[in-house]
Write a protein that binds this ligand. Structure first.
Ligand SMILES: Nc1ncnc2c1ncn2[C@@H]1O[C@H](COP(=O)(O)OP(=O)(O)O)[C@@H](O)[C@H]1O
Ligand SMILES: [Mg+2]
Length: 247
């Protein structure tokens, strides 16, 4: 099993769009995939048109009152399940602070998925927190969607500093460009600058209205616009990621 956490310190950079589309493409490839929506806003669950069936599920999972099996739901598509978000994910920080075993809890839960899934995608909330540290430690890959602007360069540096400060494995940190507008010189210049770091995939996701339409269709792009350019861009990115992680 390979776990890929979609993370960025910043919000609104395409974490959810990327996690929804990549998880669907993994499933299309025949992999058993799970999308774990850990952002209390629940956008990934919304895109898969799924509401949680258990009340306060996230809180109960972390406080060991429930097992993962109680929370995993079918999406209606082959090979892809989801753990929907619920508002108690907002309290995860508190729950984790209170529980002494908390730091290992996330890793334990994640490991328990290894028999059932080939890929687990985690849609993370933004920011640095006890939760994000747990996710960084437990996940195989931290994939950071990045809009190529000056501010993103700074954010990228902050995330790398955080990894160093917490002695986390920087080799796990990988990035992809999102919402790219190649008519903007700033985007091109920033991409040229960042790509030197070898942490960025060469395939990127341009700014495309089909990505925004996911909210209307409540489905991954490959479902409602399989022959669109947006679908192709996500496929190309997924192929490159796959090559990097499974060879
Ligand atoms: N490549 C893209 N092109 C156009 N709009 C996008 C693209 N990626 C994301 N969006 C839109 O930008 C907003 C933020 O994206 P989202 O994936 O929710 O970011 P995050 O999860 O990082 O907060 C959403 O409204 C989404 O539809
Ligand atoms: Mg999101």
């Amino acid at each position: 099993m390979i776990s890929i956490a979609l993370y960025n310190l910043k919000g609104g950079v395409g974490k959810t769009a990327t996690s929804v589309n990549l998880s669907y493409l993994a499933a299309l490839d025949g992999y058993k995939a799970l999308l774990w929506d850990l952002d209390p806003q629940g956008s990934a669950s919304f895109y898969y048109n799924i509401q949680p069936k258990v009340k306060s599920g996230t809180q109960k999972l972390f406080s060991e009152q429930l097992d993962l099996d109680d929370l995993i739901m079918a999406t209606g598509y082959d090979n892809i399940d989801i753990i929907p978000a619920d508002l108690t994910a907002r309290n995860l920080e508190l729950i984790m602070e209170e529980m002494r075993t908390s730091r290992k809890r996330f890793k334990t839960i994640l490991s328990s998925l290894a028999n059932d899934y080939d890929f687990v995608f985690i849609d993370c909330p933004p920011g640095f927190s006890v939760l994000s540290e747990n996710i960084f430690t437990a996940s195989d890959i931290i994939l950071m969607p990045t809009i190529p602007t000056t501010l993103s360069v700074r954010t990228y540096e902050l995330v790398k500093e955080y990894f160093e400060e917490k002695s986390l494995d920087l080799r796990k940190l990988m990035c992809c460009f999102t919402m790219v507008d190649i008519r903007k010189n700033m985007h091109i210049d920033t991409m040229e600058q960042l790509i030197k770091d070898k942490r960025f995939f060469s395939n990127y996701i341009p700014y495309l209205s089909d990505v925004e339409k996911m909210g209307i269709y409540q489905a991954p792009i490959a479902v409602f616009a399989p022959s669109s350019y947006a679908a192709k861009c996500y496929r190309d990115l997924w192929e490159e990621i796959k090559e990097g992680v499974v060879g």
